[in-house]
Design a protein around this ligand. Structure first.
Ligand code: AMP
Ligand code: ZN
Length: 115
């Protein structure tokens, strides 16, 4: 996808504050943090939304879930964190390249439905 901001970040064409990278996935800090810790994890492959995830995407999506806890701890979430995936119009998704938000800090985050 040439016109996708997260594809461009994955390709290194747009800078990001990287948290983790390997051949399949990338984690980077959210540009507009909604909590003291707020980063995103994406597959490098362009998948528009969670509703578009197919069977052959299971390994990469599994990898994202498998690293989430480790990265959260590494970024300072020592007593839990919140994971959010916004999907489509009703889910108020803004960037149509699937990503999971990891949000945390010292204090409980409350409801955070403020979009
Ligand atoms: P969503 O509403 O789930 O699609 O969230 C998209 C998220 O991407 C928002 O929290 C934005 O702040 C974040 N975002 C947009 N552009 C960038 C960027 N260039 N670098 C980092 N985060 C970004
Ligand atoms: Zn993309």
């Amino acid at each position: 996808m040439t016109d996708c901001i997260f594809c461009k970040i994955a390709a290194g064409e747009i800078p990001s504050r990287k948290v983790y990278e390997d051949e399949d996935i990338l984690a980077f800090h959210d540009i507009k943090p909604a909590a003291p810790v707020h980063f995103l994890i994406i597959p490098k492959k362009h998948i528009p939304t969670l509703a578009d995830v197919a069977e052959n995407d299971i390994p990469v999506m599994g990898k994202i879930m498998a690293v989430a806890g480790k990265l959260a701890k590494q970024e300072g979430c020592h007593d839990g964190f919140r994971t959010i995936v916004n999907t489509g119009r009703v889910g108020c998704q803004e960037v149509y390249h699937v990503h999971i938000h990891i949000l945390g800090g010292d204090k409980p985050l409350g409801l955070m439905l403020g979009k």
